[in-house]
Design a protein around this ligand. Structure first.
Ligand code: TEU
Ligand code: CA
Length: 554
């Protein structure tokens, strides 16, 4: 276990389209981000993760890349990017980018060539197969459409797309693809970026022969065949190769986005350190309210389950390193999902509670834009207000079956656009995000929930995040210390100790909307409360609803 900058700093995730618009076209851009760097510095942020800013037709909002080395026109130019990078570095902040190389856009020059004819030199950059009896080569479902295959009439073959049909999967078996990707990564590193978040990086290697999926025999229709494409042995080889070819001799990091990774297999990607991924984003926590039918099959979560997941990962990765997050651009807003947004008092209190629980665990915190002011889910009133391909496709298919109404409720709860409405900077028109009409509607609560209001209120969620980040930044024990769960059986309270050498901390939070009885043992009751989200003096008999307490024990 070594110390590293990316273990010590708090990351802030920016969704550029919705962060800050500098020219009034309603679309966030790189100059907008530059204008807000001082805000991030004030907050205590040490590194920024930018969602994709590359040239893209935006079928999946930048996750369909047309040119890996060109900036999306609406976002600015390469000169703007270089300026953003140097302005961030001047402020002592690092910057990592999104690496989306499981697939490209179908408008990428490689795919344009690839689909031209079967003997094109780029044909093998993607995954082409003849059909079976006039149907798809196998039964794999895509994340966004029923089938993961698209028929190409010109050659009468099919190409694989695990996401939309405008996101063809690259063929990592082809050494030329790997060479091209590694060269591209190296050019970005030469530009001076500090690392990558690697989009669905654990699905780049597909099982040879592309066998049908079906975890339970007799399944019909298209199935989520992750056992055939996630976490395959060759993916580990590709990552080790990437590491050697691109990372050696550079002070850069990577965090992999890895759906379908369990606590058992996660260490395969992380240990020994520096050979594959530095960190990964696991989905067990984000799937806590997903039933067997996937994310739209919504089931209730419980504090007990949440605790077993959080502490289970602390234990599973104690010889490596966790990523810590409640939110990203694909997930609903945490205060609406895991806290309470029924009224202002509880919104503020529960947002602080969630922050306390997550940010002081062992691992690197990733804060998603707007989380630090407690932004909530959005009361969309009509599918025409949505922009996300996943929700729109899901809605179309369900509406055709006459299930529009129940589907709408699911989209309100889990749809990705909840996280993608513009950042709320102040209470002026369009929340200070833009002077023009934004590309997606605003959350109507911006007159109350915004950065300016939060900066002037010392009891805001924002000030609490700042205090929490400062606490973590200034105590190595809160970064490198070991974690030990306490009161594991308590049905409402999550608690843990962090310890390093002589330093010891106790973190206690009440995840429920009710008083939680908990008699504190002598050893804990004597500690000093250094941070709390309530004004009443701390009780040794229990915690108020959504109360959070950070106690210094030694
Ligand atoms: O997400 C990958 C992923 O696993 C998603 O399908 C996730 O399960 C889904 O968004 C939950 O609704 C990454 C990106 O974060 C996402 O924005 C992209 O759409 C996707 O890859 C394809 O690039
Ligand atoms: Ca703009």
């Amino acid at each position: 276990m070594t110390n590293a900058w990316w273990k010590e700093c708090v990351f802030y995730q920016i969704y550029p389209r919705s962060f800050m618009d500098s020219n009034g076209d309603g679309i966030g851009d790189l100059n907008g981000i530059i204008a807000k760097l001082d805000y991030l510095k004030w907050l205590g942020i040490g590194a920024i993760w930018l969602n994709p800013v590359y040239d893209s037709p935006n079928d999946d909002m930048g996750y369909d890349i047309r040119d890996y080395e060109k900036i999306m026109t609406e976002f600015g130019t390469m000169a703007d990017f270089d300026r953003l990078l140097s302005e961030a570095h001047q402020r002592g902040m690092r910057l990592i980018m999104d690496l989306v190389v499981n697939h490209s856009s179908d408008e990428h020059a490689w795919f344009v060539e690839s689909r031209k004819e079967k003997d094109n030199p780029y044909r093998d950059y993607y995954i082409w197969r003849p059909g079976k009896n006039g149907k798809e080569p196998n039964n794999w479902a895509s994340f966004f459409t029923p089938s993961a295959w698209k028929h190409d009439p010109a050659s009468n073959e099919w190409y694989l797309h695990l996401f939309s049909e405008k996101q063809p999967d690259l063929n990592w078996e082809n050494p030329q693809v790997r060479e091209a990707v590694f060269a591209m990564i190296n050019r970005w590193f030469d530009r001076g970026i500090d690392g990558f978040r690697m989009d669905v990086i654990n699905v780049i290697g597909k099982k040879p022969g592309l066998p049908d999926g079906g975890k339970t025999p007799g399944m019909t229709g298209y199935v989520m065949a992750d056992e055939q494409f996630a976490n395959q042995p060759q993916t580990h080889e590709y990552l080790r190769e990437m590491r050697k070819r691109c990372f050696a001799g550079r002070d850069v990091m990577c965090v992999g986005e890895t759906p379908f990774v369990t606590r058992e297999i996660a260490p395969d990607y992380l240990v020994p350190e520096g050979t594959e991924l530095d960190m990964l984003f696991q989905f067990e926590l984000m799937d806590i309210d997903s039933g067997p039918g996937g994310k739209w099959d919504i089931v209730p979560w419980s504090p007990g389950k949440l605790k077993s997941i959080l502490f289970g990962w602390q234990e599973a990765l104690k010889d490596s390193w966790n990523s810590l997050f409640w939110a990203n651009h694909d997930q609903p807003r945490p205060v609406s999902r895991f806290g309470c947004d029924d009224n202002e008092e509880l919104r503020v209190r529960s947002a602080k509670m969630l922050a306390t629980l997550m940010l002081l665990l062992r691992g690197t915190p990733f804060i998603y834009q707007g989380e630090e002011i407690g932004m909530t889910n959005v009361p969309f009133s009509d599918p025409a207000e949505l922009r996300d391909i996943e929700s729109l496709r899901f809605y179309e298919i369900a509406a055709a079956r006459g299930e529009g109404a129940q589907t709408w409720q699911r989209i309100l709860a889990k749809g990705r656009d909840n996280a993608r409405t513009p950042m709320q900077w102040d209470d002026s028109a369009y929340a200070g995000f833009s002077t023009g009409e934004p590309w997606i509607r605003m959350n109507p609560n911006y007159p109350v929930i915004n950065v300016r209001a939060a900066q002037t209120d010392p009891n805001s969620v924002l000030h609490y995040y700042r205090d929490l980040i400062a606490l973590r930044n200034s105590h190595p024990s809160l970064i490198y210390g070991e974690t030990q769960a306490v009161f594991p059986e308590h049905p409402q309270v999550a608690g843990y100790l962090r310890r390093l050498d002589d330093a010891a901390w106790l973190v206690l939070v009440n995840l429920s909307g009710e008083w939680a009885e908990l008699v504190l043992p002598e050893a804990f009751a004597g500690g000093q409360v250094v941070l709390s989200n309530v004004t009443t003096p701390p009780s040794n008999d229990g915690l108020l609803l959504y109360e959070a307490r950070v106690i210094k024990l030694g």
